[in-house]
Design a protein around this ligand. Structure first.
Ligand code: NAD
Length: 385
């Protein structure tokens, strides 16, 4: 069976869905792996490394896709209404497509996969259970984004992060506040601590308190009975009440005016990101402060953030980089490719030639498969069928 790995064509995407390492593993399982020429170039993975791992390098896109049983991608294939190239039309019927398909942002793509006869797996839907940890693309990518967010802030910050006691005087440590203490937020806390900052964080899930404190951060939170119910069974946050939002805004407003750097990471799955930093709060920060909004592509936690830009308001810089994991394309590709390998491996039935079997009784498959045999099968989208 052939695995096809195309070059990513969406804007701001430098990652690639297979590395020479994972190619070797697929070949050892009996797959044939075909990589589009240049697919790994922006992640510092030249064609020669893939060829040395046993992949076929294919410059022609139609030939790359022809006869593929599996297509590995980072982002959803372009559809005919999205530009000059209709990548989805190239994916063979019955092929298994694995990618970050972003179905909540593009619900119209789900019936399109069914119509194309493609079995589409949305990797962001892999459940946060112990058995699936090695397949968890959200964690592997958010962790890198949390780290990079702090480095991006440090780059734009015109002062030093650690305390420095020198003969010429003392430099005060930066005060960093992290909004949202999930995977990205916790890594941001750890990174800011390593750089010597004084770190505080907030979240709506009380479980985050212990994790923040174990990293040496101070946890601040609105005291409310509501937070006991704020975590879903999957570990995600829920949308909070208007009363909670008002009280949280007071807490953030009070804290933020003394901070130098704010890292925003708060998300609610399937919804717009909660607004946590409004224009008045930005105005209350002193010039030279920096805000990084990792949620900018989901609507943003900060009202002043602009996707793809470093905005400046009253001397406060607000960083809204697109696709932050892709800014660390080599490591992000390496971890993402391993996540894909770990997802695919249990589906492979060994024989003379590898075959794939999707078991819909398996909660990982059931949670992540959007379409199968020409139909939409995911509960969240069956009404579109
Ligand atoms: P996420 O990216 O959906 O959200 C980021 C953080 O923002 C979360 O901590 C969330 O609680 C917080 N948040 C949402 N609304 C907020 C608000 N109004 N104010 C402040 N904070 C707000 O979350 P994530 O990083 O993907 O993590 C989600 C959960 O999954 C966590 O509980 C994490 O520990 C858990 N997790 C479990 C596993 C596993 O067991 N395999 C792996 C990874 C993550």
């Amino acid at each position: 069976m052939k695995i096809a790995v195309p070059r990513e064509r969406r804007a701001h995407e430098k990652r690639v869905a297979a590395t020479p390492d994972t190619v070797k593993k697929y070949i050892a399982m009996g797959f044939e792996v075909v990589i589009e020429a240049g697919a790994g170039r922006q992640a510092q993975l030249p064609d020669e490394l893939y060829a040395a791992a046993g992949a076929v390098i294919e410059p022609d896109l139609e030939k790359l896709y022809a006869g593929a049983g599996v297509v590995l991608k980072v982002q959803a294939p372009l559809r005919d209404d999205e530009g000059e190239l209709d990548e989805l039309a190239l994916v063979p019927r019955d092929a298994l497509l694995l990618a970050l398909l972003s179905p909540f942002n593009a619900p119209e793509s789900v019936p399109a996969y069914a119509h194309a006869g493609v079995t589409a797996i949305a990797l962001e839907f892999v459940p946060r259970i112990t058995r699936a940890q090695s397949m968890d693309v959200l964690s592997s990518q958010s962790n890198l984004a949390g780290y990079k967010a702090v480095l991006d802030a440090a780059y734009e910050y015109d002062r030093a992060m650690p305390m420095m006691m020198t003969a010429a005087g003392t430099v005060a440590p930066a005060k960093v506040m992290v909004l949202g203490a999930g995977v990205a937020g916790l890594q941001a806390i750890a990174t800011a601590k390593r750089l010597g900052a004084i770190v505080s964080a907030t979240d709506v899930r009380p479980a985050a308190k212990e994790q923040v404190e174990s990293l040496g951060g101070r946890f601040v939170m609105v005291e409310s009975d509501e937070t006991r119910e704020a975590e879903t069974a999957g570990g995600y946050a829920k949308e909070m009440s208007e009363d909670f939002k008002r009280r949280q805004a007071e807490l953030v407003a009070e804290t933020i005016k003394t901070q130098d750097i704010v890292i925003c990471t708060a998300l609610i799955p399937g919804r717009k990101a909660p607004i946590l930093v409004n224009d008045d709060m930005v105005a209350s920060m002193r010039p030279g402060s920096v805000i990084v909004d990792l949620a900018v592509e989901q609507g943003g936690n900060c009202t002043a953030a602009v996707a793809g830009e470093v905005a400046e308001v009253g001397g406060v810089k607000i960083i809204g980089h697109f696709n932050v994991p892709s800014r660390l394309a080599t490591d992000a590709s390496s971890l993402y490719a391993k996540n894909l390998l770990n997802y695919l491996t249990p589906l492979v039935e060994q024989g003379d030639a590898p075959k794939l079997k999707l078991d819909f009784d398996d909660e990982i498959v059931a949670a992540s498969a959007l379409t199968y045999e020409g139909a939409v099968v995911h509960d969240a989208f069956t009404h579109n069928n």
